[in-house]
Design a binder for this molecule. Sequence first.
Ligand SMILES: [Zn+2]
Length: 177
Amino acid sequence: MPRPFVCILFAAERIGLSIERDEVAEWGVAFAVTCACGAEARQDAGQWLRDGTISWDSEFSCRACGASMCLGFGADGTPHWVRDPLIARHGTARLRLTDSAAGRVAVLKTLREAWDLTLPQARYMAEQLADPGLSGTLPEVAWLRERLDVRGVSTEITPDSVAAPGPWDPPAAAGRG
Ligand SMILES: [Zn+2]
């Protein structure tokens, strides 16, 4: 069952957050869908970083018949049907170490805290982070950047010309569609 009140609350928080702070890692996208009433309606999807957590939501609204509902929200891995339209709209962002040789132990620790990785997996991801970098949405790469920053590891975020695989890609079974 949709839970519209929570969805609206999330949206309101996002608006407030955008006003309060200049640098908010947030992406949104709106696109046209067909409502059950036959009119063209609007669906939006958003993802944002706040207090070290990546959250997402998606809402539907039709001006013709007034239908509106929360399609979903969460903070535990953004599903494909929200993430894909965001990436289609914005591309991906790439996170890369500013100094590829710096903070190797700190990088490995951070990666193993962020994901359930074996040491070889963490080493491989650390190499990717040095070059060519890890790809994700802006809130996703900003999330890892914050965690690396805490350990004194400096990184840069650049727009991706070509979407590369990244550790944030949700499992194929997640979400819907
Ligand atoms: Zn409608």
